[in-house]
Design a protein around this ligand. Structure first.
Ligand code: TRP
Ligand code: ZN
Length: 891
């Protein structure tokens, strides 16, 4: 039972550690239920700490066997040990050695933090505070140590033994164990001082693939990817992505890899996506394993992005780490920015940008608009695990991107170089990072830094007017921000607005401005306006005919934009905007307006509406972007139901949204039937499979065409889908077809689902797709189906991927059924959360965060959601993880 009441941690209370740990020697004897860990820590007082302070090491549920100070036992009174803390009351004031032996039980570790078992392997996860579940330590990111790790294990059970750095020794242990099994050991040494959260250890009977990479200075690095036996072939794409990431970081950022070895291990039980442990990345196998027949194009793109992300952490996170966890975005926002840039360079920049903005809007905007809103650099937390959020990651990346837009590519690179140069080997803060860019650009970035300190998505309102007599075009910009938890007042942000004026015939209007409401010459030259005051008026001169303003090109800032632009003007932008992102955005904006009107009609008991003009615009978009199928696929995919809910912002009725969207899709499907069919046929697969962006783009458009066609012609579309389902050679095509079939009630659906399961029962990651599809069926029967699937032998509450695919997909991806008007969806999800909290609080808390938008729902549903949350809040013994989420959600 938990007795301690968690205290908030505050940034304002930061002080350096009183002691430092220069070296750590770990001796780990792997055992299923009783692993012995002997840690020898070389400590010394920190010159920046408090002289003579007690030494307080963190622990989490530990059992200490022996503790020696400089080889001697400690007198009672000199030491206090609990499972969660080890205190030396009066430690030596010169360097000293502390030897601690702990015994841990990896098999009983269901939280998947610290040392645990995944399948037959042993693995670790230490970020953020998992190392303290292995041994007592100063488990904070500003204590950097050089690690030497000796791992011992049964040769048969764990022939592969890995840790950070380079392998310096290995061998058999003669006449070893008492049980008569043969044992062996390996010693790894990591010369780079690192915080404990980057420690990792893996032991197991694993298959592997190997390759090499030669760095820009000519050093050869041995690359290895370790997977379950038999899955080796599925790791080839990840290896390819790794080599491309290593090369890209050299050219794009001048960053070279620093060790002789880089290993990746894929495990099937993992709380998050992957982990950047120095020289030994550990991955959720979902982000490693891919074959054309098991992984979709989206999976391939995600694998590429996550492999890159973790690799890029080697410089942004590992060589330069965070001073404390309040600085999490220093490594995460920056590294997401870097992986976005990588994917943009490897694929289509415009299409990647659209996908990244979709993610930002789907995950981060609602977070920032609800009770879980927090600063990108928070100043207090109860449970750090709950701060690995879309705000830290995605909005954090957007801030870096804005910085680059503001100061330009060259100065941005200079600032990054200065940062690497100045802070290599240290634990840093956001302030010191930003100061590098202020220095190289000679700009005061104080106001810009508000992006880190004020939560919430700003709203930018844009009004335009044209004066034919004066040939002037006036743009009035206004920024505002709603209050967020703890922040009623908001100071103006610095918002870079990339823009262009699109002439009546689609031509680009030159930007000139020579009145008292002028833009600066630099702004005009770069096409980027800085909005840093609550309001700003800019008058463009020499504008011969009335243009359309294309604002926020490339989504140059993470804001909501409300622009006075007519439907005709939006259609002109879809056709002519030279900025592809805004061509896509104009179509989305049009569809959103249409859907909002339609939702209103549905709610007042009228028929939902569609719009021929929009269909015609989509038709032209398909025709004119014939050479960019990936982009066209994005244009064809309408705003999601969650997008519409977010736009409504209050009094949300998910059923009305669903009806409105269904009706629009069906109408578009009918109106565009010929061209959709033609597109579908034209893009039939030819030649051997390739995962590259161009081939994936053709498949994406083909899927989008089938999807919309089937919405308009269910019988015909269903027949096409069935044919595709039966003949598909790739998972992309197979799951797309199954998706269409799944949306029509009846025997055919059940049969297809059955066939799919039988085909793929042996592959848990593919079965996850089967769970997701069923959990997201927008029908009243879905909850019963999900409950039944929880009994399925392929499901397990112990595995985070399974939980996310079935329960997580239902909660986050099924608007109508999670928000069912009888509260059944809420009840179901909170029951799972309460149960799961005992075994894996981190995953339970994440699941509960699906309630983050409950306050925008119409009154009846909001009351039911609130009641469900209150029931959770009343449970005794909640983990700090769930307690934190539920309390903030209700606050
Ligand atoms: N640092 C990891 C990343 O690359 C995130 C992560 C992986 C994580 N595992 C975790 C965070 C466990 C908290 C707990 O983004
Ligand atoms: Zn990361």
């Amino acid at each position: 039972m938990r007795t301690d009441v968690a205290q908030p941690v505050r940034l304002a209370d930061y002080r350096p550690a009183d002691y430092l740990i220069d070296t750590v020697a770990l001796d780990v004897k792997l055992h299923d239920t009783a692993t012995l860990v002997r840690a020898t820590l070389a400590l010394r007082p920190n010159p920046l700490g408090r002289a003579g302070a007690p030494l307080v090491l963190d622990g989490d549920g530990l059992t200490a066997k022996t503790i020696l100070l400089d080889g001697k036992e400690l007198a009672p009174g000199a030491i206090f040990v609990t499972p969660d803390q080890l205190t030396l009351t009066a430690p030596p004031q010169q360097p000293f050695l502390l030897e601690i032996e702990t015994e841990i039980n990896p098999s009983a570790n269901t939280r998947l933090m610290g040392l645990y078992r995944s399948g037959s392997a042993y693995c670790t996860q230490c970020e953020a505070e998992g190392f303290r579940r292995i041994t007592y330590f100063l488990d904070r990111p500003d204590v950097l140590s050089v690690y030497t790790t000796r791992i011992e294990a049964d040769t048969g059970e764990a022939p592969v033994l890995l840790s950070n750095g380079n392998k310096v020794e290995e061998g058999k242990i003669e006449g070893s164990s008492n049980e008569g099994t043969r044992r062996h050991f390996a010693v790894w040494h990591d010369p780079f001082p690192k915080p404990s959260y980057l420690f990792a250890l893996v032991g197991g009977d694993l298959g592997s693939i190997h390759d090499t990479f030669t760095t820009m200075s000519g050093r050869k690095v041995a690359l290895g990817i370790y997977v379950e036996h038999g899955k080796e072939k599925s790791a080839a794409y990840a290896m390819d992505a790794l080599k491309r990431s290593m090369a890209w970081d050299e050219t794009a950022f001048g960053r070279e890899y620093d060790l002789d070895i880089f290993n990746i291990v894929a495990v099937s039980d993992f709380n998050m996506g992957a982990m950047e442990n120095k020289g030994l990345n550990v991955f959720n196998d979902k982000y490693v394993l891919a074959l054309p027949e098991t992984a979709t194009d989206t999976d391939y793109a995600q694998i590429e992005a996550v492999i890159a992300h973790e690799y890029f952490h080697n410089w942004t996170g590992n060589r330069i780490t965070c001073r404390d966890w309040f600085q999490l975005c220093l490594k995460e926002g920056l590294t997401v920015f870097r992986d976005h840039e990588f994917s943009a360079d490897q694929r289509s920049r415009a299409v990647r940008r659209i996908a990244d903005v979709r993610t930002l809007r789907a995950a981060q905007f609602p977070e920032d608009a609800g009770p879980l809103a927090h600063n990108v650099r928070p100043d207090t937390y109860l449970e750090i695990n709950n701060f690995y959020t879309a705000t830290i990651y995605e909005k954090g990346a957007e801030i870096i991107r804005m910085l680059k837009v503001l100061i330009g590519d060259d100065l941005f690179r200079k600032g990054m170089d200065l940062y690497f140069d100045r802070y290599d080997g240290t634990a840093q803060t956001i302030e010191n990072f930003i100061a590098c860019f202020a220095e190289v650009s000679n700009r005061d970035l104080t106001q810009f830094s508000r992006w880190y300190h004020q939560a919430g998505t700003p709203l930018v309102e844009a009004q335009t007017s044209y004066d034919p007599a004066k040939r002037t075009f006036t743009l009035d910009l206004k920024q505002s921000a709603k209050p967020t938890p703890g922040q009623d007042h908001k100071d103006p942000f610095v918002i870079p607005i990339e823009l262009g004026l699109v002439g009546a015939d689609g031509e680009t209007v030159a930007l000139q401005s020579a009145t008292e409401d002028a833009a600066t010459p630099e702004e005009l030259a770069r096409g980027v306006i800085e909005l840093s005051t609550p309001q700003r008026r800019i008058t463009f001169t020499n504008v011969a005919t009335k243009p359309v303003a294309s604002l926020l090109r490339g989504f140059s800032a993470p804001v909501r934009l409300s622009q006075s632009v007519s439907e005709e003007e939006l259609i002109a932008l879809v056709a002519h905007d030279s900025d592809s992102f805004n061509r896509w955005q104009a179509a989305q904006t049009y569809a959103t307006r249409l859907l909002l009107r339609s939702v209103d009609l549905v709610r007042s008991g009228k028929q939902a509406c569609a719009d021929e003009a929009f269909g015609a615009a989509l038709h032209r978009a398909i025709d004119s972007n014939i050479n960019d199928p990936a982009f066209t696929a994005q244009v064809l995919s309408l705003p999601s139901e969650a997008d519409i809910a977010r736009e409504l912002g209050e009094n949300v009725d998910p059923d009305a949204i669903h009806v409105a969207k269904d009706v629009l899709r069906a109408a578009l499907g009918r109106q565009l039937a010929p061209i959709l069919l033609q597109t579908y046929e034209r893009l039939a697969p030819v030649g051997p499979y390739s995962p590259d962006a161009a081939a994936a783009g053709r498949r994406a458009l083909r899927t989008a065409a089938l999807d919309l066609y089937a919405a308009g012609s269910p019988a015909d579309g269903g027949a096409l889908a069935l044919r595709q389902f039966e003949t598909a050679e790739t998972m992309t095509d197979e799951i797309a077809a199954l998706g269409v079939l799944t949306h029509v009630r009846g025997e055919a659906r059940e049969q297809a689902l059955d066939t799919f399961y039988k085909r793929h029962a042996a592959d848990a990651l593919v079965v996850d797709k089967w769970f997701i599809l069923q959990a997201t069926i927008p029908e009243p029967g879905t909850l019963a189906r999900v409950k039944k699937l929880m009994e399925h032998p392929a499901f397990s509450l112990a595995n985070p991927n399974r939980v996310r695919s079935l329960v997580g997909a239902f909660a986050a991806g099924n608007q109508t059924q999670f928000n069912a008007a009888d509260g059944s969806g809420y009840h179901f999800v909170t029951e799972i959360v309460i149960g799961l909290d005992h075994t894996n609080p981190q995953v339970a808390a994440r699941l509960l965060a699906a309630f983050k938008s409950w306050r925008v729902l119409e009154a009846k549903r909001a009351a039911l959601a609130e009641a469900a949350l209150r029931r959770v809040a009343q449970v005794n013994d909640l983990s700090p993880d769930v307690k934190d989420i539920v309390e903030r959600s209700l606050a």
